[in-house]
Design a binder for this molecule. Sequence first.
Ligand SMILES: [Zn+2]
Length: 83
Amino acid sequence: MHCPYCEGEMEKGLIQSPHEISWIKGEKRKMLGRARFHKDCVVLSELSFMKGSACVAYHCPTCQKIVIDYIDGKNDLNAKNAD
Ligand SMILES: [Zn+2]
């Protein structure tokens, strides 16, 4: 993947957590808990109690940016269609 800022080659990696990984709209922290119960949320990786959560992400060390493509949950390692 090429960086959308500098066009350089990005490094493929993972974002991992012992908790669900999600993006929630706004700048205020929400109560902890499953993001799907909040309005305007994107679940990047479902929680697995055995494995934690992980999603594929691309890193540009030049721009210090991380990009996550969450279309159809394809980069969620816990998604039902993941390997
Ligand atoms: Zn870049």
